[in-house]
Design a protein. Sequence first.
Length: 333
Amino acid sequence: MEISAGMLLVVVVVLFSAAAVAAWMALNRLRARLGDLDSRIAAFAGRADAQSDGLGAVMRQLNRSVVTRVDLLAEHLTSDKGPDARAQLARELEERDFFVDTLSEGRIRPLHLPQLFPGIEAERVEIGAIDPDTKHPNQVDMLYVCAIARHRRARRVFEFGTYLGRTTYHLALGEHVERVYTLDLDPAGAYPSGLKIGRAVRAVHERDLQGYFYRDTPVADRIVQLHGDSRTFDYRPYAGQMDLVFVDGGHTYEMVANDTKHALSVLKPGGVVIWHDFAPKGRDVATLAREFARERSLFWIEDTSLLVLIDGVDAVSYEAPTPVYSRTVIKPD
């Protein structure tokens, strides 16, 4: 059969088109592979950075543990409390060991505040947010909580645990805040069964001091005081509405686990959850954090008692900026 020039041209065009399509598809596959490779390299670099951050924090905590052991041993040798002193020594050493082990798992990434929230140094928070009565070595935890809320331009905030309302008040002072919902037990009601109520909380209730700091202030109308047991409270009206949630209520494992579950239920996509009392002495908080971090990695603001979850941000692969005060900057090799 004789093939005409027109038919030959069609065949050539078809073959050329097929080759072009095949080349285009191969190029796209190559691009996809290169993109995947770039992502893997970035993730590997992020994990390496996270491991470096974690290793540094573990080493610092181990050093502190050595100092703690020496101090506690010296106190024990000079104490006349006998078995009580030995029990306290053993407990505090075990708590520090558990805390170091928790960090060693690598799912809780230690960073300084400006590394996690670049530019937060420019935020202004009233010095009254500092709690001088805290039992933590660093007394500025609540100032940091308020600074994070302002840096994130949080409009709606949910707080577990009102107490005197110091943090509540300073959260409400934020320029962008519309509402701060703060949940605590009703001082006028009976205490729910199964809850461990500390003496300080009982005293605040008995003396009508709950929310003391925000009463009769210009921002009191921004604060909604909620009362109830956080285990049975109805969170449905607040579901998915909160830009920031601060978990600082009951500190037993059961309560922290309960409040964490409900904190996630009221959080908006992209929102922030902050937990207080992540420290060697906060064994139950550390236990819950260790378990939770195996599913969703967390940040620890180093030298504080604050744990942070930023929804949608993986702590392990997060590319943290190098602060100007880093030894790699001011003391290069």
